[in-house]
Write a protein that binds this ligand. Sequence first.
Ligand SMILES: *Cc1c(COP(=O)(O)O)cnc(C)c1O
Length: 363
Amino acid sequence: MNIDFANLKIAYQEHKEEFDEAISNVVSSAGYIMGPNVLDLESKLQEYIGSKYAISCSSGTDALLLAMMALNIQPGDEIITTPFTFIATAETIAFLGAKPVFVDIDEASFNIDVTKIEEKITNKTKAIVPVSLYGQVADMDEINGIASKYKLPVIEDAAQSFGAKYKKKKSCNLTTIGCTSFFPAKPLGCFGDGGAVFTNNKVLADKMASLRLHGQTKRYHHQYIGMGGRLDALQAAVLNVKMKYYDNDVLRRQNVAEMYTDLLKGSDIKTPEISDYKTSVWAQYSIRVKNRDEVQTKLKENGIPTAVHYPVPLHLQECFKYLGYKKGDFPIAETISTEIMSLPMNPYLTKKEVTYVCNQLKN
Ligand SMILES: *Cc1c(COP(=O)(O)O)cnc(C)c1O
């Protein structure tokens, strides 16, 4: 059996006619930048998430940049985040000259350990950036509680958790600003790069909308130093099709995750834990194994692709050497990074395929 990790080809084939028509309409209209598809998508996103404002942009990375720029993050500012995430979370902090201040993770959820945040707050701290890793929201009530005590904004890196629920509210609408990504392999992916920011604050919304258009307030009048951060009309057209089916895609992912968890019960493989008051959109289904290299090799030989999200925690990345962290600073993130392994996850996996993967894992 040969199993596909994200199965982006089926994702296209499943609604091929609709995608082809949507793309062809953009191309023949020659309206490639902004326009009706982008506006339509933004209203769909806003309605789906339930925030007051949704602003599309060029990627999840640029969404983080827009959020931090809107909050006026300056060189020398400190921003608290997790070391167990994709590089973009901390890279954008450093890109603005600010300093990522890492906090170890919680072993059950792989998200930032909320009991260790407060001790890292100084008079230079300007924001907290939790990541909702693998599709499950971080402990947002606790994080928001600490943030309001110190009057800090919170930016949710929701690149992997678009639409996940937290106590009946949706990821992206839980903090000052929520940032997501439409990179093809994310739960809601387009056919290239894309992203969005969400907020309930009109001032921040207006500023982010302007920042993504070179800081302009009207054509060729620039109030801020901004960026070229728009979402392509083509990608918006693709996402307008995908949004129709997103809830069903999430249900199918959740079903696949349930099958994995059931079938792996009783083995010595550690499966993911989701809190009662949260749902996951399963950007990844990541298990913990002690002999990861061996397991990956064996699965690969049997037609099962796997991936490691992420093999090196950010405090040990070469680009962050200047921050002065060392091995041992965040023991949980370090241990998890040696054991974590993502299994194939997409809406199209069949019971037969999931059973096959689990049997290979257990033997
Ligand atoms: C994918 C991802 C990003 C960046 O999104 P892009 O659209 O690829 O720029 C940021 N943070 C996390 C946690 C991600 O998984």
